[in-house]
Design a protein around this ligand. Structure first.
Ligand code: SAH
Length: 219
């Protein structure tokens, strides 16, 4: 698959759609215009859906997040080129690529081995500055902490304390948190080692954040 002017046009259109839905950070909209989402979808048959504002399934029973959700989470993170970002849930690599084109240094963890291998290869091939890890996001990456921003892209039952510990003072964490039968997008600002400010940003729909590494092949 290649990136054509038609794809670029579709991305411009998608960016305008996201603007109309409330995304106002021009750097986020620029990143949406730049990253060829159709190449992250895996299956060429899905290419025609790549620039529709919808989530859809990728391999290993996982999903590539809806562009609006990616844009909203990224906007809430207030990304600066100096940011060091930890992502939980590499998945297709699309969210990581968005952060990387905004200049952030990205560290991303995936728990499914097969997906980790495939996406790591792809991100490298595309030359995005993303370092990938096979691991359990509940543990974060103690050896690389602190991070100025942390983004969780799987629905967590609670905000893991480990991740809050790996966030630098003044840093932001954005995560979907399960609340009954809903998921709420939550943003936390770390004011000090013991003081956190929390705001809520509406409902969302992510696959669950699960413990442990999955070494099994789903194919
Ligand atoms: N950011 C991704 C969205 C992926 S969907 C994208 O842009 O495409 C969520 C991903 O989180 C899945 O790939 C799932 O396997 C992974 N995941 C779930 N629980 C995890 C955990 N504890 N640690 C790391 N990854 C996890």
């Amino acid at each position: 698959m290649i990136d054509t002017f038609v794809h670029k046009g579709q991305r411009n259109q998608l960016a305008e759609e996201l603007r109309a839905k409330g995304i106002s950070d021009e750097n986020v909209l620029n990143a949406i215009r730049q990253v060829p989402r159709h190449l992250f979808c895996g299956d060429p048959a899905l290419e025609q859906h790549a620039y529709v504002d919808k989530a859809f399934p990728i391999e290993s029973g996982q999903t590539i997040s809806q562009p609006y959700t990616v844009a909203l989470q990224t906007q809430l993170l207030e990304i600066q080129p100096t940011d060091k970002v930890l992502e939980i849930g590499t998945g297709s690599g699309y969210q990581a690529a968005i952060l990387a084109v905004m200049g952030a240094k990205v560290y991303s963890i995936e728990r499914q081995k097969e997906l980790y291998i495939k996406t790591s290869r792809f991100l490298q091939q595309m030359k995005y500055s993303v370092t990938t890890f096979l691991g359990d996001g509940f543990n974060g990456l103690p050896n690389y902490s602190p991070f100025s921003k942390i983004i969780v892209t799987a629905a967590a039952p609670y905000i893991p304390r480990t991740l809050l510990e790996q966030l630098q003072i003044g840093g932001l964490l954005v995560a979907p948190i399960v609340n009954g039968n809903k998921q709420i997008l939550v943003r936390i600002k770390k004011i000090s080692g013991t003081n956190f400010e929390q705001t809520m940003h509406g409902e969302c729909a992510f696959v669950p954040m699960l413990e442990g590494i999955n070494y099994q092949s789903s194919m």
